[in-house]
Structure formats: C-alpha cells, structure tokens
Design a protein around this ligand. Structure first.
Ligand SMILES: [Zn+2]
Ligand SMILES: [Zn+2]
Length: 254
C-alpha cells in the first residue's frame, strides 16, 4: 500500500480518560520503534450526554498542549511531536466546535462521528458495549448507518478537518453489521467531499487486531485512491505499547 508508515498519526493519552499512560511514554515507544513522528489526536466532543466522559475538557486540552509542547522540544532531533484533535461531529454544535478549534494551532484535525442522539442520552456508535446496540437496533441498522455517513459528510463540509478517521467505524462491533448498496453510496459521497477539500483518509491499524486487516474496508481505500485522496496511517493507540502497532504489516500490505 502506498502509505508513509514513518509517522503514527493517531495516538491518545490519559487525558481522554479511557486511554492510559503518560504522553511521554507514547513518545518513548515511538522513538524505540524508530518512527520519525507521532501525532497525538485527542478526543473532542461537544454537547454529548453520555454516561461517562471519554473526551477532554478545555482545561484538559490546556494541559495536553503544555505537556505536548514540552515533549516536542525535549525530543526534537529524535522525532517530531504533533498535537492534533479527533473531533466528534455534532450537528447541533458546529459553531461551538469551530470556535474551539480556532483557539489552538493543530497539527492535524481528524474528523469522526462517535455519538448519535436519541430521545434520551446519546448512544455510542462505535462501542463494544451492548447497552448501545439494542436502542440502535430498534432505529434500524441501515438507518443508523445512513445517518452516520451523512453526518460524516456534513463534518467534512463544515469543519476545518485535515483527515477523516475510521470512515466505516459505525457499529463496527455489532455482529450483524453490513452496508447496504445505498449506504455504500453515502460513504462514497463522503470520499467525494473529502477529495474536494483535499482531506486525507486515515488507515487505522487497530483493524489488524480486530479483523486481520486495516480499517476502513479495502473497498473504501481503493475508492479513496481512485479519487487521489492521500492515505495516512494511525494506530489509534490507547496505551503506549500500541504506538505504531502493525505498521510493518501495513507497509507490506498489497
Ligand atoms: Zn478513544
Ligand atoms: Zn481515536
């Protein structure tokens, strides 16, 4: 696969409260694995009502920048340290998200869509937890997937993103997940919008762990390449040892 595997462009930290390890430990693993760079891509969510917070507060982001800039200087000459954000799209909060993004200088702005509103709380679309699946199943899987791709396209069109993260993550852990022909077209519309705005597509190596090949599905990667969309790799590490995971396999991926 034509992809630069010297930089891991999607790494989390303890600040999101569902990853572990100091930022410096992630950097040290990247150095040990011989990477030329690492880009932290921490979770931002706006206006989400969920039973736990799996993203950073504004104060967390201040700490994140402080430590990240310290590490950038300390490890200069060994590798580059990028500071980015994985933005969870919420169509109700576009202005708020844009205002927040404008307050910092980001090395990468990844776009994702993790949550879908219901009559009560938000449901996590990419969760392994079954508590999210039953209500989503009631909405109808095809409908949930359709809304997911429409949201992602809206995020591409309305936010200053540079990369789309895990394009086909919706209901990834659900045993019955499948994409209808209509929903594949909606996904291709996301790629069209990305091509227009010169946005890259993330190839996420966590897929090797879950299903023996990277995310997203090869079909989408091929469609991205046809549109001259740049591919960038990310481990989605939530613990230091996962930095650069399976990058050797990705480099050798046909
Ligand atoms: Zn996460
Ligand atoms: Zn992530």
């Amino acid at each position: 696969m034509r992809i630069d595997t010297t930089v891991d462009g999607h790494v989390h930290t303890k600040y999101c409260k569902h990853a572990t390890g100091e930022m410096e430990e992630y950097v040290q693993v990247a150095v040990a694995k011989g990477l030329a760079g690492i880009i932290f891509l921490e979770h931002l969510e706006s206006g989400i009502s969920y039973f736990e917070s799996t993203w950073l507060s504004e104060a967390d982001f201040d700490r994140y920048f402080k430590e990240g800039l310290r590490l950038r200087e300390k490890y200069a000459g060994q590798l580059t340290v990028g500071l980015g954000v994985e933005v969870g799209f919420n169509p109700e909060r576009v202005a708020e998200i844009k205002a927040f993004l404008a307050r910092h200088t980001w090395d990468r702005v990844g776009l994702s869509c993790h949550f879908l509103e219901t009559s009560g709380d938000h449901l996590n679309l990419v969760s392994r937890r079954k508590r999210n699946w039953a209500p989503l199943g009631e909405m109808g899987m095809d409908q949930v997937v359709a809304v997911y791709f429409q949201r992602l396209r809206q995020a591409v069109e309305e936010l200053p993103g540079t990369v789309v993260c895990h394009l086909d993550a919706v209901l990834r852990h659900h045993p019955d997940i499948r994409f209808s022909a209509e929903n594949r077209l909606l996904a291709l519309a996301v790629l069209d919008a990305m091509a227009k705005r010169n946005m890259a597509l993330e190839v996420n190596t966590s897929g090797f762990l879950h299903r023996g090949e990277p995310y997203p599905d090869r079909f989408f990667i091929d469609e991205a390449v046809q549109r001259s969309i740049r591919l960038v790799p990310g481990s989605d590490a939530h613990q230091p040892r996962d930095v650069g995971r399976y990058f050797d396999r990705l480099a050798a991926w046909p």
